[in-house]
Write a protein that binds this ligand. Structure first.
Ligand SMILES: O=C(O)CCC(=O)C(=O)O
Length: 307
């Protein structure tokens, strides 16, 4: 079935993003929030019984580093959590189905390619008092080429300036991915979260995108975007999926991958292996988190692994 129009394709290609109002129904929005809380409850119950947390990368529930360090005691377990990761890869059925939402698949096929992989599924909780997500472009993390990559950020709560709605720089995707780095003042346990554009955009270039629950932002893998701190008393739940066309390939060499979070190891002559890849810029590979697709959305199963 066709949902996404030619006019929407044009708008996305020109601006690097488009907001789809009411992608999810009110009922789907409530179910999404319930599912997020169910996963958090499941994780906490296990944590309280066993004391097991899992490794930083493999962990589905990502708590605020200040909570982990015992420096912050939030009002509830939900407010301790900043993100859920890889729900689809972990076969959480609700999120597997949502990632394959027919409107999203239609948009993906019109925007990035016929065969589609889910690069990542994520829930973003941003409780009151939490910090900004600094300016970045998602392909600075993925490092895939060509740039047939689309993000979909869905508001579960009403999002507005004070609780940290999405902000974008329209048309910024045309210039490709600019330099990213971790600020010098970052703590070691914050590096991945703070990896961001070396030069933040001027405020005159920025568009704020307040959204209602169920609205979705579809955005290009090189679009500059950011969310400000949550200065309100309200929660700001969102879910996010990233899709890549099945023909996308890594642009970095295996040696750098070996230093990355998802290192799989490797062998052979380092110089030759470097030479076989476009290694420019070979910087901070430890922040290239999301190199394994979580699942195939459309097309042949290939294990969903890029590297
Ligand atoms: O939801 C947010 O606050 C920011 C999400 C985002 O841009 C990201 O995870 O890349």
């Amino acid at each position: 079935m066709s949902f996404f129009t030619e006019a929407q394709v044009k708008e996305y290609n020109e601006n690097g993003y488009i907001v789809i109002r009411g992608l999810l129904t009110a009922e789907e929005v409530c179910q999404t929030r319930d599912e997020m809380k169910r996963i958090i409850d499941k994780w906490y119950d296990n944590f309280e019984q066993t004391g097991e947390e899992g490794s930083a990368w493999e962990e589905i529930v990502n708590r605020d580093p200040a909570v982990k360090r015992g420096e912050l005691t939030p009002g509830s377990r939900y407010r301790a959590v900043r993100r859920l990761y890889r729900m689809a890869a972990r076969k959480e059925e609700f999120f597997v189905r949502q990632a394959k939402h027919e409107k999203l698949v239609d948009a993906c096929q019109k925007l990035i390619g016929n065969d589609i992989r889910l690069l990542q599924s994520m829930a973003l909780l941003k409780p009151p008092g939490t910090a900004e997500k600094r300016w970045h472009q998602d392909n600075a993390y993925f490092r895939l080429t060509p740039l047939d990559i689309m993000g979909c950020w869905i508001a579960i709560d009403r999002t507005f300036l004070e609780n940290g709605c999405m902000h974008v720089v329209s048309k910024s995707h045309h210039a490709g991915v600019a330099q990213h780095k971790v600020p010098e003042w970052a703590r070691e346990d914050q590096g991945g979260m703070l990896y961001s554009l070396a030069d933040a955009p001027e405020s005159a270039e920025v568009t704020a995108l307040p959204m209602e629950p169920g609205d979705a932002l579809l955005f290009h893998g090189a679009l500059k975007h950011f969310t400000p701190p949550n200065k309100s008393n309200c929660d700001r739940y969102a879910v996010q999926y990233h899709y890549a066309a099945a023909h996308c390939q890594p642009t970095v060499c295996p040696i750098d991958m070996e230093n990355s979070v998802q290192a799989t190891g490797g062998s052979g002559d380092d110089d030759k292996r470097h030479a076989a890849f476009d290694c420019d810029p070979c910087v901070e590979p430890q922040f290239w988190f999301f190199r394994k697709a979580e699942m195939t959305v459309v097309g042949e199963e290939q294990g969903g692994v890029y590297v």
